[in-house]
Design a protein around this ligand. Structure first.
Ligand code: X2X
Length: 339
């Protein structure tokens, strides 16, 4: 074929969108499986950075058969919206904390978020990559979702306020603080004497800006990515709990893929979670200095009086009753005795 004709032909086919103008030329055909992945944190957060890498790697490894499209920063709605989309199948993939709205459907999923349960990362990964995680994923599977093995790291949580630093439990008295929509989170802060309100992360910046609440709690990587330092003055290093995101998938969407593609998908997503953990842990340390430079005032906190206050208020006793002795024992296997 003379070159001029072949070029014209090519242009014509391209313009006709039969072979899709947006399709990278290196893949011979359109993706067979197109899935949306929703996240609730700003685009620069490591969750999204590693999600995007995973999507590229899955596309590469499946020769373009799987197109995983990332919708970061609550573009598809807040956590409550995304969770119902995931259940209906309107959203195929969603990274969601077990302590957050997932616990409204599966109360036991929140157990790892119990106040002051985990003291460090080694203990935590041992539990969640081990028997406790296995137990939690079994509950999530039973509720109708597909869940990947490796939980993504959000981090140990710190309290920020616009009003005053938190050094001891009495500083929390009456504090209007935002928590995610979750019975455990609300109970934790009520037991410490604060006045918590359940709000999806999508609305946190404006809730702080308009003083619907005076404080919130999140790890430095989120405080930085969501620019919460613009509307908060103090950051108290309470490390009151750890949280992460399970990679959840709608079961019908998952079942569309043949087993070999599912295997690639799971392997790449789990590998990305491991890389994300490293980056998040690094950022949660290194960003403290950066945030201090932006005006956030940090203070260290002794966790013992907080833990004692929770014990005294009956918090652990109440939640032990809710989670049941078996799950509680499984948690204490890793954390040591809680109360
Ligand atoms: O909502 C939050 O604060 C966040 C982003 O940390 C969770 O997903 C629990």
């Amino acid at each position: 074929m003379p070159e001029i004709i072949s070029r014209r032909l090519f242009t014509k086919i391209g313009a006709g969108a039969t072979i899709g103008a947006a399709l990278p030329l290196r893949y011979a055909r359109a993706a067979e499986f197109t899935f949306k992945w929703g996240t609730n944190v700003p685009d620069t957060h490591p969750l999204n950075v590693h999600a995007r890498r995973a999507a590229a790697e899955i596309k590469e490894a499946t020769n373009g058969r799987v197109d995983l499209q990332l919708f970061s920063n609550n573009q598809l709605g807040g956590d409550s919206d995304m969770f119902s989309q995931l259940r209906s199948g309107a959203l195929e993939c969603f990274t969601l904390s077990g302590v957050n709205v997932l616990s409204t459907l599966i109360p036991s999923a929140s157990i790892y978020g119990l106040g002051f349960a985990f003291k460090d990362y080694p203990t935590l990964w041992k539990a969640l990559d081990g028997r406790l995680g296995e137990h939690l994923r079994a509950q999530i599977t039973k509720a109708g979702f597909v869940v990947m093995d490796k939980i993504w790291d959000n981090g140990f949580r710190q309290i920020t306020t616009s009003t005053k630093p938190i050094a001891q439990p009495s500083d929390l008295q009456g504090l209007k603080i935002r928590v995610p929509v979750s019975a455990l989170w609300t109970s934790l802060f009520k037991s410490l004497g604060a006045s918590p309100t359940g709000i999806n992360f999508a609305e946190v910046y404006s809730a702080l800006q308009t003083h619907i609440v005076d404080g919130q709690e999140n790890p430095p990587a989120i405080i930085s990515a969501a620019k919460l330092f613009e509307v908060q003055k103090y950051c108290s290093l309470t490390n009151h709990m750890w949280d992460g995101w399970w990679f959840l998938m709608n079961r019908r969407a998952w079942a569309q893929m043949p087993a070999d593609v599912q295997e690639v998908f799971a392997r790449v997503v789990n590998k990305a979670a491991m890389a994300e953990r490293e980056e998040v842990a690094r950022q949660n340390e290194s960003l403290k200095a950066d945030l201090a430079g932006k005006g956030l005032i940090f203070n260290d906190v002794n966790p013992i009086p907080f833990r004692d206050a929770l014990t005294k208020s009956g918090f652990y006793k109440e939640w032990r009753g809710k989670f049941g002795n078996e799950a509680w024992a499984m948690l204490e296997e890793f954390t040591g005795e809680l109360a």
